[in-house]
Write a protein that binds this ligand. Structure first.
Ligand SMILES: [Zn+2]
Ligand SMILES: [Zn+2]
Length: 430
């Protein structure tokens, strides 16, 4: 009852906020009339299907969030587009909301939009704002939402177009995702299609995926640590190309395997990787290069956290370097996540060697291989040598809040990405 009343007040407040404060600033009188008409049809139709005021309130939260972000957007045209797009999308979602799965999806989208809004509005008070929102979330009529600060997703396919990655993530209940930005087989790749990039950016906005929760993964062909001049040159050029693609897609970070020494010394390899990163930073604006820890297979570097640190030490713009921690790779490299307190010990060591401030993402993979085996063999969550308890600790660790937690597991019938994501959220205690 109380929450219904609260929802209703919010709805009325939202209405006045949108139509008398936000839209007149952002829209022309004609656009405002169209919006008003839209709103009327929208309200009548949601009354017809008998949705609660709580639901309406959520639609309005979603509607206003980008409007507020648009208020701080220096480009007024984009601000208007935001408002219109959001209104249309809220209307559409009201249409699909009779389906329970779609309702859940809306809740997730809204929560991501809240995080985005808190970032846009008050970056310095992010922590404070978040906890207030989490409190608000817990007295929703549908019960507390667990794992609100955890952004779990998977590495998804871009077959059919780069925006398909967004659609696939929505369908599997993900709140973050990883993707490849080009073919894994070829050094020469066709240029990114501008229309496809626009479609990708629009899909991310519509479904509430913030760029910080999207981590493109580098091509496996790339070896920025290669002692062979031609391979090094090609890898360096590919790194520049990948970062440019990130820019075109509106993404902030790019994750890749540091490289392999292939006959040279690890120290030389580290030096070349840093050179390639420095070169790519010079050639591109503002994308963070995110190094992944490795299993230590063959001559790859980055198995030990100290090797990642050695690369970071040689990068000139350290604001543009980060680390993605792969649980399978860490375990295979000898960090015992499966032991009681293993997650805590590993994160402590990571903090000591690298610094948690560099941690931009986690790859959530169980391991087929045993501790210290140096084999890069991923297993489904809880079905490998690391075990479910470690993943429970991971999804309940506040140090891993608000960063993408990405699955790269093989999957098996009945236990594919959607089920593994669901399992991981069910392990969240708050
Ligand atoms: Zn990887
Ligand atoms: Zn791997």
């Amino acid at each position: 009852m109380l929450s219904q009343l609260k929802g209703h007040c919010f709805f009325v407040g939202g209405f006045f906020f949108s139509f008398f404060l936000v839209f007149p600033v952002l829209c022309s009188p004609l656009e405002l009339s169209i919006l008003f008409l839209f709103n009327f049809i929208f309200d009548v139709s949601i009354d017809r299907v008998g949705l609660s005021s709580g639901f309406r309130c959520r639609c309005y939260v979603k509607l206003q969030t980008p409007s507020r972000a648009a208020g701080v957007d220096p480009d007024p045209l984009r601000g208007r587009a935001w408002s219109l797009l959001l209104h249309v999308s809220a209307t559409f979602e009201a249409g699909v909301s009779r389906n329970p799965a779609a309702r859940n999806e809306l809740k997730r989208t809204e929560s991501a939009a809240k995080v985005r809004s808190s970032r846009a509005m008050a970056p310095k008070q992010r922590g404070k704002k978040r906890s207030v929102e989490a409190d608000t979330d817990t007295d929703e009529p549908s019960g507390p939402r667990k794992g609100a600060n955890k952004f779990i997703g998977a590495h998804v396919s871009v077959a059919g177009g780069v925006w398909k990655a967004v659609e696939a993530s929505v369908a599997m209940g993900a709140r973050s995702f990883a993707l490849f930005l080009g073919s894994q087989r070829s050094w020469r790749r066709p240029a990114l299609d501008g229309a496809a990039a626009d479609k990708f950016r629009a899909a991310c906005r519509t479904h509430g995926f913030h760029p910080d929760h999207i981590v493109p993964h580098g091509s496996y062909l790339m070896n920025c640590g290669s002692p062979k001049e031609d391979v090094f040159e090609k890898s360096r050029a590919m790194l520049v190309d990948e970062l440019s693609r990130c820019c075109a897609l509106g993404l902030h970070q790019f994750n890749f395997h540091p490289g392999a020494a292939t006959g040279s010394s690890p120290a030389d390899c580290v030096e070349r990787i840093a050179q390639a990163i420095n070169h790519a930073h010079q050639q591109t604006p503002a994308v963070v290069t995110v190094l992944e820890n490795m299993s230590g297979q063959g001559s790859t570097v980055g198995g030990r956290f100290s090797e990642l640190r050695a690369i970071i030490d040689r990068v000139r713009d350290q604001a543009r370097v980060g680390v993605c921690l792969d649980t399978c790779h860490a375990f295979a490299a000898g960090y015992d996540l499966s032991a009681a307190g293993g997650v805590e010990a590993t994160l402590k060591e990571f903090d000591r060697e690298v610094g948690l401030r560099y941690l931009r993402a986690v790859h959530l993979n169980d391991s087929k291989g045993k501790l210290g085996c140096h084999l890069d063999r991923h297993e489904d969550i809880g079905r490998g040598e690391i075990g479910l308890d470690a993943f429970r600790d991971i999804v309940n660790d506040p140090r891993l809040d608000n960063i993408p937690l990405i699955l790269e597991t093989p999957g098996r019938p009945g236990f594919e990405y959607p089920e593994q994501i669901k399992l991981l959220y069910s392990l969240c205690e708050k």
